[in-house]
Write a protein that binds this ligand. Structure first.
Ligand SMILES: [Zn+2]
Length: 493
């Protein structure tokens, strides 16, 4: 038997969290004022159906403890625990969406219960019912027989018709706290005699994001491969993390929306949830923000990222396509992250395409400019600067170099001006300089010496956007259209 079933809470006391719903229902049981219809809303794995079954036992138990807890020993309790009580009818609306099931329910509901005192109907994922089924259900909810009780459960409350909601007493089930989840995992691990690190349990609790069912499933999975250590948990869940996060961060700074989306898909295909990735990403941004506190420009960029991705996180639960908000966030972040190459003569979209085109096959050798074409000019360096960035594989060096701007080329020495001393120092380091030089050589076919220097006037956080008033920063929709190759011409006419 899976841990989830084995450790399913059998009474109110053992149900983790949801204290408000618990107390209200217990009071109603005691005073015999239970509502005939409840609506439990909340994320998966937060105890909705467990609570519904405990409620069914509480209503029908032959020897309830203090009138508020099922005994789990009488005939009724044991048959419910075994899933055999005919008077407890569970309907999974996700697989029985149709009018037929509800019609059958309506025909049979009038008959008295056969074993228990009451009939309890639990309709899980109720938002999946068809409109006709909802209408049929509504008629029943309007005048339920006195022996019938309903518990409707849903992860998507906003899809339930108002008419149904108004007939129900509604409870919102919240995500279970990390400490509560961790404590429950510890009870299970001890009971199973597992060898575990507390840190590993905390990590599982954090990763399951308030879904106890997922947490217990993860624990079980970890236990099948031996001791439960934090290292093993992060390893098996693909949380090698910081590497991915740094790469993703670098793509945003480089405005490579497509690359960032590709990386996101890669991470997802390794089994990590988008929500999980977003949490780690936001926490990575926070670290970066604290590291960069001394630099107003960098801090502003990171603050923008945090805001954009936090909003995406909030929208994820509401979006019909859970990935859409994060994809939009990527595009927004890329639209505002870094200055565009300052080549005013090339239209923006063309520039972008050129950038993307040179970005896709990173292996494609960039044709070196021939010496015979004459001495390397500063304009040439500026124009092809983005190619130099493309030619660097190490995200951190690339990111640092993005802060710099080539300003002077004299006697084989290229001066790069940096706004941030942290980035300047990074490029000034001998090993990193060699990487940059190699990239320069690849693009210009020539070995250049580097002279990184600190820009004297610090750019105000807003300069970036003000700098190019005539090349307007594209809106998210335009950027999305461009990235996904959607033609907008029809709409513009
Ligand atoms: Zn009982």
């Amino acid at each position: 038997m899976s841990f989830y079933l084995k450790y399913r809470p059998q009474n109110f006391a053992s149900l983790v969290g949801q204290d408000h719903a618990k107390k209200t229902i217990q009071n109603a049981l005691k005073s015999h004022t239970l509502s005939h219809a409840y609506l439990f809303c909340g994320p998966r794995g937060t105890g909705k159906t467990s609570m519904a079954r405990i409620l069914a036992k509480g209503l029908n138990c032959e020897k309830p403890i203090n009138e508020i807890e099922p005994c789990n020993q009488c005939n009724i309790c044991t048959s419910i625990n075994a899933g055999k009580l005919v008077d407890l009818i569970e309907i999974d609306a996700a697989s029985n969406r149709g009018i037929d099931e509800i019609r059958e329910l309506r025909e049979k509901i009038v008959f008295a219960p056969s074993q228990a005192k009451t009939k309890v109907y639990i309709i899980d994922e109720v938002h999946m019912l068809t409109k006709e089924a909802f209408n049929a259900l509504l008629k029943t909810l309007e005048e339920p027989p006195s022996h019938a009780y309903f518990v409707l459960a849903t992860t998507e409350a906003h899809k339930i018709p108002e008419t149904i909601i108004s007939r129900c007493q509604q409870f919102t089930f919240s995500r279970i706290s990390v400490s509560d989840t961790s404590r429950r995992l510890q009870e299970i691990a001890e009971n199973e005699g597992a060898v575990y690190e507390k840190e590993a349990l905390d990590l599982i609790a954090k990763l399951s994001a308030g879904g106890l069912r997922d947490a217990i499933g993860l624990l079980e999975q970890m236990m099948t491969v031996g001791d439960v250590t934090a290292e093993k948990v992060s390893e098996s869940l693909g949380l090698t993390g910081s590497e991915h996060l740094e790469k993703f961060f670098a793509y945003l700074l480089e405005r490579k929306a497509l690359k960032a989306i590709e990386l996101l898909n890669q991470i997802k295909s390794k089994g990590k949830s988008t929500a999980q990735f977003l949490r780690e990403l936001i926490s990575h941004f926070r670290e970066q923000m604290l590291i960069n506190l001394g630099n107003s420009k960098d801090t502003q960029i990171i603050l923008d990222f945090i805001e954009t991705f936090t909003t995406a996180k909030q929208q994820m639960d509401l979006s019909p396509i859970p990935e859409l908000p994060i994809e939009i966030a990527i595009i927004k972040a890329c639209g505002f992250a870094v200055e565009k190459p300052k080549d005013e003569t090339v239209p923006q979209s063309a520039q972008k395409k050129e950038k993307e085109a040179s970005a896709v096959p990173a292996e494609k050798p960039v044709t070196p400019k021939q010496e015979s074409q004459g001495e390397l000019q500063m304009e040439q360096i500026k124009k092809d600067w983005h190619r130099v960035l493309e030619a660097i594989d190490t995200p951190f060096i690339k990111m640092s170099l993005l802060d710099g701007e080539p300003i002077r080329y004299e006697g084989g020495i290229l001066t790069i001006s940096f706004a941030s001393s942290a980035y300047m120092e990074k490029v000034n380091n001998a090993a990193n300089q060699a990487v940059v030089q190699k990239a320069l050589e690849k693009v210009f076919g020539k070995k250049l010496s580097l002279n990184p220097e600190l820009r004297k006037v610090n750019l105000s956080p807003l300069t970036r956007k003000k700098e190019a008033p005539d090349t307007k920063v594209p809106g998210a929709v335009e950027m999305a259209a461009e990235v996904f190759g959607i033609k907008q011409d029809q709409n513009q006419t």
